[in-house]
Design a protein around this ligand. Structure first.
Ligand code: CA
Length: 476
């Protein structure tokens, strides 16, 4: 579960809430939580992506606050302990592309570049001034004595001496945009704030050290790597290798490569030696398109061009996240009516490692989500019935589904999932003669009538329009 969303209140209570929630999360089948960037950002209310000090987890009075938006270091450690006591892994959101909130200004040479083609200069090199000096006054040298300067960055967004805003490429010996990044806008190294120079050996050494420190210090089970399309692949590959030396071979990683191009995703995985899973962004976009187009969307193409269909071992399937929700930078939220369909697919399909979004389970500002009831039912279906071999039934433009045949380990497991984006429908499904005469029922509450399987274990399984049906063997 992604345990945060964009609009959480700035009350410093998330770690406390997570601690109290750890038993419940374990009971519903959550095996890992992805927590937001937990270190000090440029201001208290920031979600954590405007990173200031990677070593300050709410411990030092910096940027006008000891705690972060989510709480103090002590509260975070208590939450991690509680989660581990309940068998739930903790994945830290790791932001290494950029830093914000520099402590003081420095002067250096830079040149404005064309934002649509960052390989093209849009002016003459000249001296500018920007907040690229970091000395961490309250932390000092504790945990690390590394201080950041302009030459540890590749680009900045403002010349403070004139107030000019834009993308400035920093000029200096061996400096320039990283080569191993996404090629959108010519070169997509620069995203925002002070872009970290991941080709600088001092920077790489410091970040590798930090990666090992944070795993040892907090006992994290894995990382969620932010913004990897803007980071040099060589750095990411070496960083993950280095962190796994501390965290062990089972140390988990999932990376955010936001893009709909499956070839770019596969190219990244290749470049980092497949050391990380990737969020299945193309699947998210298919869900988004299906939810917008309604009956016009061809449901048999729902898995086309997705990572889960082409490299399922490394795919983390999800419906929405903090970036796709309304008002966020990459807004593309899946419409409410389609969310049960999307979640049924990712939670019950054999392939992929599914992630539930806090915003869909708990909703904004903890007011309660309309999707929680169906998510609890689907999590139950996943825990009890979603086992064994699978047949995909993606053979109709409006009604698709899948069969899980169950296994010997889980008594009476197996299910038939059907999904419709138009009218009521059905599919003839044969489960085999060993199921002859069984009674099956629908477990999410969308259909009340039972069905009886014939002597070959076949029946017409139905689904209501714009809904899901999860059929299981009638218990007892
Ligand atoms: Ca970058």
């Amino acid at each position: 579960m992604q345990y945060f969303e964009w609009n959480l209140p700035n009350d410093g209570c998330l770690w406390q809430q997570l601690k109290e929630d750890s038993k419940h999360l374990s009971e519903i089948g959550v095996t890992a939580v992805w927590i937001p960037p937990a270190y000090k950002a440029d201001e208290q209310q920031d979600e954590g992506y405007a990173t200031y000090d990677l070593y300050d987890f709410g411990e030092f009075d910096q940027k006008g606050t000891v705690r972060t938006k989510y709480g103090t270091r002590e509260q975070l450690q208590e939450a991690i302990s509680a989660l581990h006591d309940n068998g739930v892994q903790v994945l830290l959101d790791v932001v290494l592309n950029h830093k914000a909130g520099g402590d003081y200004k420095e002067k250096f040479e830079a040149v404005l570049v064309n934002p649509d083609n960052r390989n093209e200069d849009a002016g003459e090199p000249h001296e500018i001034e920007s907040y690229t000096g970091y000395d961490f006054p309250a932390r000092g040298d504790k945990y690390s004595s590394f201080k950041w300067h302009w030459y540890h960055f590749s680009g900045v967004s403002v010349d403070s001496s004139t107030g000019t805003e834009g993308i400035f490429r920093i000029i200096g010996d061996g400096k320039g945009w990283s080569k191993g990044v996404d090629n959108e806008n010519g070169n997509y190294d620069y995203l925002l704030a002070n872009d970290i120079d991941l080709d600088n050996p001092e920077v790489c050494e410091e970040l590798d050290k930090w990666g090992q420190w944070v795993v040892k210090e907090f006992g994290f089970d894995g990382f969620r790597m932010d913004a990897v399309k803007h980071m040099d692949n060589n750095f990411t590959r070496n960083f993950l290798k280095c962190v796994k030396e501390e965290g062990g071979d089972n140390f988990y990683a999932v990376s955010e490569y936001w893009g709909n191009d499956i070839d770019a995703l596969k190219g990244f995985l290749d470049a980092v030696d497949n050391q990380t899973d990737l969020f299945d962004v193309p699947l998210h976009f298919n869900f988004h398109a299906a939810s917008e187009k309604g009956a016009e969307f061809d449901m048999s193409s729902l898995l086309d061009g997705t990572l889960v269909s082409q490299n399922c071992d490394l795919a983390v399937t999800f419906v929405d996240n903090h970036d796709s929700q309304p008002g966020s930078s990459l807004e593309s939220e899946v419409a409410d009516w389609f969310k049960p369909i999307a979640y049924a697919l990712i939670l019950l399909m054999r392939e992929g490692y599914p992630a539930i979004f806090y915003g869909d389970y708990y909703s904004e500002n903890r007011v309660g989500s309309c999707h929680r009831v169906i998510l609890d039912r689907l999590l139950e279906a996943r825990r009890l019935y979603a086992y064994g071999e699978q047949d995909l039934l993606f053979d109709h433009p409006n009604v698709v589904g899948l069969v899980r045949h169950g296994d010997d380990e889980h008594k009476d497991s197996g299910l038939v999932l059907l999904m419709s984006n138009n009218e009521d429908g059905w599919k003839d499904v044969c489960l085999g003669p060993e199921h002859a005469g069984e009674h099956w029922c629908e477990m999410t509450g969308s259909i009340n009538d039972e069905i009886e399987l014939d002597e070959n274990g076949c029946a017409a399984f139905s689904v209501k329009g714009r809904n899901i049906a999860v059929w299981i063997k009638k218990q007892g």
